[in-house]
Design a protein around this ligand. Structure first.
Ligand SMILES: NC(=O)c1ccc[n+]([C@@H]2O[C@H](COP(=O)([O-])OP(=O)(O)OC[C@H]3O[C@@H](n4cnc5c(N)ncnc54)[C@H](OP(=O)(O)O)[C@@H]3O)[C@@H](O)[C@H]2O)c1
Length: 311
């Protein structure tokens, strides 16, 4: 089968297009899926650069998010059957075989039947970003009607879903984004969009209940100032300065996302009910995966970058 692989940790520009890689074998708790589409995430780029390299055997197939059709079911899997259209996560770091390939072995615990009436490309765009947004907003923050939340990176993969999910909860949503993306993020439902290049969110907002930071850098610590006492900040990147958070009397969480079936079911419901719409910026053919990574790195995509593997 075709697989997009790394055989060194020199970065995504050294990706290999391997036409003769053997199909993976599903373990008892896995399914084998014929992949129709796969989405890029920043972590795929990091893996190609050596992130957690001690856990990776080369050559390794990149990719975590996918959608496709089940062709084999492991002996201990009872919730799925051959022919099911599924989506989920099967990154090599969680025991999957990597999704930038024609077939993937995926843990049954990290997949679900994909939403109806959306394309495979749209379904592939959802798992990690959607699970991250849900874990933060419905898990850690437990956002409620009438509360105020600031979402950093409102036009990004996670942010574009987080803005929509926060509106489902009836919150007032402020989001940061580039000037060119202001209208885009407003159309996702944000009540206020702040240009992260020319405006200072920390001087514009106060008494917020929650911050969801998908960008990090110095935005995390600056964000503590906009929270009211007892508020909460969730950061997608590493630990927040707990001592500083204590000083502001707010809860600070550095999130590690898990893409479990339960979260994917919730995403399926939100998409099927029309409350959340997948955000696909651009779809590339599998032979142009390096171009897809270039676009993720420098194209400032709105939402997700997707690779089409089968029509
Ligand atoms: N911990 C975990 O388990 C986990 C899981 C998933 C993702 N992550 C991490 O979470 C982060 C977000 O992921 P993603 O897929 O949403 O990435 P993404 O699609 O690249 O989104 C990041 C967004 O941040 C925006 N941004 C850039 N500079 C900013 C600033 N100064 N202030 C506010 N926003 C700014 C970007 O806008 P422009 O396009 O204008 O630059 C972009 O829209 C990544 O670093 C990823 O590695 C962590």
């Amino acid at each position: 089968m075709i697989a997009i692989q790394i055989n060194s940790f020199d970065g995504y520009k050294s990706l290999l297009f391997n036409e003769y890689f053997p199909k993976p074998f599903p373990k008892p708790d896995q399914v084998l899926v014929e992949v129709y589409a796969a989405a890029l995430n920043p972590v795929d780029k990091s893996i190609a650069q050596g992130y957690l390299k001690d856990m990776i055997h080369l050559p390794a197939t990149l990719g975590g998010d996918f959608s496709g059709v089940i062709t084999e079911v492991g002996s201990s899997v009872s919730d799925f059957k051959v022919g099911d259209k599924v989506y989920g996560q099967a990154i090599i770091l969680n025991g999957g075989s990597g999704t930038f390939a024609q077939f993937v072995a995926a843990n049954a615990a990290n997949i679900a039947v994909q939403p109806d009436k959306i394309s495979f490309a749209e379904a592939a765009s959802l798992p990690l970003a959607g699970a991250s947004a849900l874990q933060a907003i419905e898990g850690h923050i437990q956002l409620m009607q009438g509360q105020k939340i600031l979402i950093h990176g409102g036009a990004g993969g996670i942010g574009s879903l987080a803005v929509q999910i926060a509106k489902v909860h009836g919150a007032f949503v402020a989001a940061t984004a580039a000037a060119k993306d202001k209208d885009y993020v407003k159309n996702l439902g944000a009540d206020l969009v702040i240009d992260y290049q020319s405006e200072k969110f920390e001087d514009m907002l106060k008494d917020y209940d929650a911050v969801f930071d998908t960008f990090s850098g110095d935005t995390t610590n600056k964000s503590l100032k906009v929270l009211k006492k007892g508020g909460i900040i969730v950061s997608m990147l590493g630990a927040v300065d707990k001592a500083l958070a204590d000083k502001f009397q707010v809860t600070a969480i550095g999130q590690m996302t898990n893409t479990l079936t339960k979260k994917l079911h919730r995403l399926t419901d939100l998409v099927n009910s029309g409350k959340v719409k997948p955000q696909v910026d651009k779809v590339f053919p599998i032979g142009k995966t390096i171009d897809a990574f270039n676009h993720l790195s420098t194209g400032h995509p709105r939402g997700k970058v997707v690779i089409k593997i089968k029509d």
